[in-house]
Write a protein that binds this ligand. Structure first.
Ligand code: PMP
Length: 387
């Protein structure tokens, strides 16, 4: 490959039959990562050629689906654990355990990093989630506790349950070690992972040239931390939230309220997050979203239909098999490109692979042998729904 030839020299060698052949001899440069933790980050930035050609903008995707734990959450899980170790709250192989309430990728990232660093991972998740997720976590050596679905204010909400279990562990006289509540929604170790990693990597990989950063928000850590870093380097860069249907964040960015502004004053209500998309979209304000909220310039709302069509389009044209949040990000990147006009460079996040979404997002669609989708098919998917 182009990369493996970097720094290589061409030498002439004789074979057994005396034939002279040219051989590439790589320059010896030791490059060994000290365990799984050192394999996190430094993901490639890919030009999405089909979307770039169709919009006249350069649309670039940060390949977080290539992380060892399969998603962008590896960065956050690693930093939450590192930060706790630095504060003296966790010691490897001492019986300490990490507790988290999560329905998604954070659990997988925590599970693998905990194993690599000698901690037990205890994941609380709502019992109505697909069984696959719990199965995967168990294969990774985590303890999985299904919790009955409850509102966030309820002490039995899965996030609150994880917090309680962590403090019970620390207080326990029979359990070895301590319990740490990882707290991805509220801890600053989340957005800082992107401020220290994702942001600087994008800045360097684009040679400091980008016009817009587009990302969805689950905890908000990616959008806040990356935007903070990039705007510090270039205050003219814009940040755009990509929000799935049913999430309250779109209204927060556009109108300053989390509620459905179409409702009359006094009857405003919270929207239900009702979408096929997983990992992004929320209707409460988290500390990680608030950290960078004022820096977000615009928001794009993306329907499930559009996200599904975009996911198919990216396989058909690029061979990129991605999850639902990546598809939402790409739709928002395209809508931003069309709004700004040609000639801009837009960076977004390809958060995880489609393999994590086979039973829900990808369940009812196959790409088949076709190559005939156009970007209009993706964008019309939304208009059809609106009519
Ligand atoms: N995509 C996926 C698949 C995720 O699991 C998450 C995390 N919830 C995100 C995107 C959004 O990242 P963040 O929590 O940083 O907002």
């Amino acid at each position: 490959t182009a990369q493996s030839l970097v720094g290589s020299k061409s030498v002439t060698k004789s074979t057994e039959t005396g034939k002279k052949v040219q051989q590439r001899k790589p320059e010896l440069r030791e490059d060994i990562r000290n365990g799984l933790e050192e394999c996190i980050g430094n993901t490639p930035l890919v030009r999405i050629k089909s979307l770039s050609a169709a919009t006249g903008c350069e649309i670039l995707g940060k390949c977080e689906f290539l992380e060892p734990g399969g998603s962008i959450k590896d960065r956050v899980a690693a930093n939450m654990i590192k930060t706790a170790e630095e504060k003296g709250l966790l010691t490897p192989f001492s019986g300490d355990a990490v507790y988290e309430g999560t329905v998604g990728s954070t659990g997988v990232s925590l599970a693998i990093i905990c194993r690599a660093k000698g901690y037990l991972a205890h994941i609380c998740m709502p019992s109505d989630q697909s069984t696959e997720k719990a199965q995967l976590l168990r294969k990774l050596g985590a303890t999985v506790e299904p919790v009955s679905p409850a509102p966030i204010v309820d002490p039995n909400h899965f996030v609150n349950r994880a917090r309680t279990l962590a403090s019970n562990h620390t207080a326990s006289t029979t359990k070895p070690g301590r319990g740490l509540f990882a707290d991805q929604f509220e801890t600053s170790a989340n957005w800082k992972a992107h401020y220290d990693g994702t942001g600087p990597e994008i800045w360097s990989q684009t040679g400091g040239k980008l016009d817009v950063f587009v990302a969805g928000a689950g905890t908000g850590g990616t959008l806040s931390g990356t935007t903070m870093y990039l705007k510090e380097q270039d205050p003219t860069m814009k940040a755009v939230l990509a929000d799935p249907q049913g999430s309250g964040l779109y209204n927060k960015v556009k109108y300053g309220v989390m509620f459905d502004v179409k409702e009359k004053e006094g009857t405003r209500r919270r929207q239900q997050v009702d979408t096929i998309v997983e990992g992004i979209g929320i209707n409460r304000l988290t500390k990680n979203f608030e950290a960078g909220m004022k820096l977000v310039d615009d928001a794009v709302r993306v329907s499930d239909e559009e996200a599904l069509a975009m996911a198919r389009f990216l396989v058909e044209k690029e061979g990129l098999f991605l999850g639902s949040s990546s598809a939402v990000n790409c739709v928002a990147a395209v809508r931003t490109a069309l709004k700004l006009g040609p000639g801009h460079r837009i960076v977004t996040i390809l958060c995880d692979s489609g393999t994590r979404h086979l039973s829900k997002f990808w369940a009812n669609q196959d790409v088949g042998e076709s190559w005939d989708m156009t970007l209009d098919d993706v964008l019309l998917a939304n208009e059809k729904l609106v009519k």
